[in-house]
Design a protein around this ligand. Structure first.
Ligand code: HEC
Length: 157
């Protein structure tokens, strides 16, 4: 009897965790995004390293970080935009290893802005991210950000 109760409690927890994960953006049944080996790991890395500023759903906050939702993959349409995404301070100076960071970047693009991911997009690799983060942007990030978004918007019209 006790064992059965324990089992019931265990399955309830399981369902709870799956429900929570789904609400937060991790769906165990969904196919992996390109360039993402483990959807769960990417989501966990996002949760621990990025969402504090960008929020769980990527919508950001006025005073800490811009919204990535519906915008972030637009940068891939502007010359230099792909590089910019790997050089912004929050990405370049992340404590994550480049391999995990590349995975989070690919996950983030599809999770928050799949509509703007170009059809021929090649996922970020560990090597590419390792090189980009050697040249982190600082104060110039927001000026460059505005310029790239304007260029992307012109091309997407
Ligand atoms: C301390 C807050 C903070 C953290 C943590 C953070 N970011 Fe950001 N992020 C920003 C800000 C602010 C910008 C806008 C560019 C700038 O001025 O630095 C930004 C810009 C970006 C951009 C460029 C898109 C755009 O609209 O400019 C991407 C991509 C991004 N962040 C991804 C991430 C990822 C992935 C992580 C976790 C590995 C992360 N960020 C962690 C604050 C943060």
């Amino acid at each position: 009897m006790r064992r059965r109760l324990a089992l019931a409690a265990f399955s309830l927890c399981g369902i709870g965790a799956a429900g929570l994960a789904l609400a937060q953006g991790f769906d165990a049944a969904a196919p992996n995004f390109p360039g993402v080996q483990s959807m769960q790991r990417a989501w966990q890395h996002w949760t621990l390293n990025c969402q504090g500023c960008h929020r769980a759903d990527g919508t950001g906050t006025d005073d800490s970080a811009p919204s990535l939702a519906g915008t972030v993959a637009k940068f891939l349409h502007a010359p230099g935009g792909r590089e910019y995404l790997g050089m912004v301070p929050g990405v370049a100076s992340s404590p994550l290893e480049s391999e995990d960071l590349a995975e989070v970047m690919n996950w983030m693009l599809y999770r928050f802005d799949s509509a703007h991911v170009p059809a021929n997009f090649q996922p970020y690799t560990s090597d590419e991210i390792a090189k980009l983060r050697l040249r982190p942007l600082h104060i110039q990030a927001s000026t460059l950000r505005n310029k790239l978004l304007q260029q992307a918007d012109r091309r997407l019209k």
